[in-house]
Design a protein. Structure first.
Length: 271
């Protein structure tokens, strides 16, 4: 007879860990994330988390999918927060698994607040954010002493009713301060982002688009800012993508190897 899987004991007082699952490749999980997943009694799995990371979970852990993939509506944020609070109060060791790093566009700020208000112990376990996975696939740094003194991570998707990012102001700042722009959730608004950024950035500013970074399905395209929307459409690229914009990518043109890798996939537009 097969032994019943051993259920890790629920801790006397529950806790919640917000754990980064990285951009996709399960080998990019941190050791700390692996330990947190293995110790969890309840795991709430967000959208964009590669299910392969659940191989580290205890067979008896309760897995709850709260993402919106597969055409289902995503679980309302308030419900997720309530669930985390009630499970932790029952003494469960809850892991909230999020794509990339939990602290980057992951609504962790709201969740940490809600949990702390309910008197629950919260831990954050970092993951590799999508932009870094994407840049690694291009063998390009986000900063460069000659081209970029820093980085701005921005979202292309604002909360309903919020006017969102001021792209024109951002373009001027990026040019004047020599910053690389990294846009998350930018596919739907790409045309507007392109048009607005062109008020402050040169039309030939290089752009890299990386879809499904670090996964076997990864796709990359290089273009100039004036062709951003066209490239997304022609290459049929879709979410999840990160858009990397800035002169730091100019190095890519001189890196024969990296450019060839992109060319071989037939997804480059001339830089
Ligand atoms: N916390 C996540 C970001 C969540 S917002 C992180 O740190 O990466 C979701 C957005 O992240 C997507 O719309 C996309 O812009 C980006 N993203 C997540 N995974 C990605 C991947 N594998 N490839 C490209 N972009 C990705």
């Amino acid at each position: 007879m097969k032994n019943k899987p051993h259920k890790p004991p629920a801790t006397a007082v529950g806790q919640v860990s917000l754990v980064g699952a990285g951009p996709g490749d399960p080998d990019l999980l941190t050791l700390k994330a692996v330990k947190a997943i293995a110790a969890a009694t309840v795991i709430l799995v967000d959208d964009l988390v590669n299910e392969a990371v659940l191989a580290h979970a205890s067979p008896s852990a309760r897995i709850v999918y709260v993402g919106k993939r597969g055409g289902c509506a995503s679980t309302p944020q308030a419900f997720i927060e309530k669930l985390m609070v009630s499970e932790a109060h029952k003494g469960e060791n809850v892991v909230r698994l999020k794509g990339g790093d939990p602290l980057v566009f992951g609504r962790s700020g709201e969740e940490i607040e809600a949990l702390q208000q309910a008197g629950i112990e919260v831990h954050v376990v970092n993951g590799i954010t999508a932009a870094l996975g994407a840049l690694a696939s291009l063998n390009t740094a986000l900063t460069h002493r000659d081209h970029a003194h820093g980085v701005l991570m921005v979202t292309g998707h604002a909360k309903p009713g919020d006017p969102g990012t001021d792209w024109r102001a951002l373009a001027h700042t990026a040019r004047q301060a020599k910053l690389t722009l990294v846009v998350y959730m930018g596919v739907a608004a790409a045309q507007r982002i392109q048009d607005e950024l062109l008020h402050g950035l040169a039309a030939d500013t290089p752009v890299a688009i990386v879809q499904d970074a670090t996964l076997p399905s990864q796709r990359r395209a290089l273009c100039t800012l004036d062709c951003l929307h066209q490239t997304l459409t022609e290459q049929r690229m879709a979410s999840p993508c990160v858009l990397v914009i800035g002169d730091v990518l100019r190095g890519l043109a001189s890196l024969g190897q990296a450019q060839e890798a992109v060319l071989a996939r037939g997804q480059i537009r001339a830089m």
